[in-house]
Design a protein. Structure first.
Length: 225
């Protein structure tokens, strides 16, 4: 049996359905587009097979994968608060950081959007407010400035670990650093990024009371586009 469905521009609200049996006999019928969609959904049968997402990156919080196209997905990664390595110019620091949120949008294996925010929550939820990344090399929108780094192609969400490692392993500078815009009541030591890092390197926790909200939530960034 063969089924042929046709929608014409001058009658887009209806579908001309032709069913041809094994003997070559045809039966035609006109049905509404809504009814046709409903019949197709009702007739769909699952073979019970699971769809594999593959390995997920560490800290994966949420991921959305295109069911048809390979190399098309979005992913949110949350890294816990703690001490993280930062290279500022020619100096290496280990500084306390609040929980960090990375967001990646991948199209045809190419990263088309990459953002970073921070959290105050130690147990993040969909409603957790996002705060501005408090250092340099990040735009007001949260978009990461990768400088001269050429981002690798990414075939699946598990390979996003490469980008997170690249972020921490790349030298940073004061580009896009705006303490007066990214922090609430910024302390005097935040006047420049090096002094900020120098003071933080002596602390056990990041002073989260100075973080400034973006107006976004953890779940919301997956829905922005």
């Amino acid at each position: 049996m063969k089924l042929v469905a046709e929608i014409k521009d001058d009658a887009a609200s209806v579908v001309r359905v032709q069913v041809v049996n094994d003997s070559g006999e045809a039966d035609c019928k006109i049905v509404s587009l809504v009814d046709f969609i409903g019949m197709m959904q009702d007739s769909s049968v699952s073979d019970g097979r699971m769809v594999r997402l593959g390995r997920l990156p560490r800290g994966c919080y949420d991921v959305a994968v295109d069911p048809v196209r390979q190399g098309v997905f979005k992913c949110t990664i949350v890294l816990p608060e703690g001490a993280y390595p930062i290279q500022y110019a020619d100096t290496d620091y280990m500084i306390p950081m609040p929980a960090q949120v990375f967001y990646f949008d991948v199209l045809d294996k190419k990263v088309v959007e990459s953002k970073i925010y921070v959290l105050k929550d130690n147990l993040p939820s969909d409603e957790s407010p996002l705060y501005h990344y408090p250092f340099g090399n990040v735009y007001d929108s949260g978009e990461i400035c990768w400088g001269g780094n050429a981002l690798p192609t990414v075939s699946n969400a598990g390979e996003l670990d490469m980008l997170v490692n690249l972020f921490f392993g790349s030298p940073t500078n004061s580009d896009l650093y705006k303490a007066h815009e990214r922090l609430v009541n910024p302390p005097e030591y935040t006047v420049n990024l090096r002094s900020f890092y120098e003071v933080l390197a002596e602390k056990k926790e990041f002073p989260k009371e100075h973080l400034k909200e973006t107006g976004k939530t953890l779940a919301g960034i997956m829905l922005e586009d």
